[in-house]
Design a protein around this ligand. Structure first.
Ligand SMILES: Cc1cc2nc3c(=O)[nH]c(=O)nc-3n(C[C@H](O)[C@H](O)[C@H](O)COP(=O)(O)OP(=O)(O)OC[C@H]3O[C@@H](n4cnc5c(N)ncnc54)[C@H](O)[C@@H]3O)c2cc1C
Length: 107
C-alpha cells in the first residue's frame, strides 16, 4: 500500500486525504494546530461564537463530490440551504454590504 503524508488539515488537506484514502492510499495528515479545518473554524469570544472562513459556498458540488467520490452519499452528511441574504459586512462608518444569492438584488 502506498503511503501519503499531508501537511495541514485545512479544507485542502482534508479533501485530498479523503480522496486519496478512498483510492487505497494510507494517509497521514499532520496538523500544527489543535483543531482540524484550518481557516474554517469557530472562534469564541466573551460568550459569542463566530464562524470564520468560508461562509459563502459558491460551488456546493465541490463539497458533495469529495464525499460522493469517496464512496459515500453526500446527502447523508450535508444539506445545503440556499439563503437569499447570506452575508452582511459592516464598516466603522456604518456602511453596509448585504450579499445576496439573488443576482438582481446583489447588483
Ligand atoms: C475570514 C475568511 C472568510 C472566507 N470566506 C470564504 C468564502 O466565503 N468562500 C470561500 O470559498 N472561501 C472563503 N475563504 C477562504 C477559505 O477559507 C480558504 O480558501 C480555505 O479554507 C483554505 O483551505 P486550505 O486547506 O487551503 O488552507 P488552510 O485552511 O489555511 O489550512 C492549512 C492548514 O495547514 C496547517 N499548517 C500550515 N503549516 C503547517 C505545518 N508546517 N505543519 C503542520 N500544519 C501546518 C495550518 O495550521 C492549517 O490548519 C475565507 C477565508 C477567511 C480567512
Amino acid at each position: 500500500m502506498k503511503t501519503v503524508v499531508i501537511v495541514g488539515a485545512g479544507l485542502g488537506g482534508l479533501a485530498a486525504g479523503i480522496l486519496l484514502q478512498s483510492k487505497g492510499f494510507q494517509v497521514t495528515i499532520i496538523e500544527k494546530n489543535q483543531h482540524a479545518g484550518g481557516k474554517m473554524r469557530e472562534y469564541k469570544e466573551q460568550g459569542y461564537s463566530f464562524d470564520f472562513g468560508p461562509n459563502t459556498i459558491t460551488m456546493p458540488h465541490v463539497f458533495t463530490n469529495v464525499i460522493n467520490e469517496a464512496g459515500f452519499n453526500a446527502q447523508d452528511y450535508l444539506q445545503f440551504i440556499r439563503l437569499e441574504n447570506h452575508t452582511m459586512n459592516e464598516w466603522e462608518d456604518g456602511t453596509r454590504l448585504l450579499q445576496s444569492s439573488n443576482t438582481k438584488k446583489n447588483r
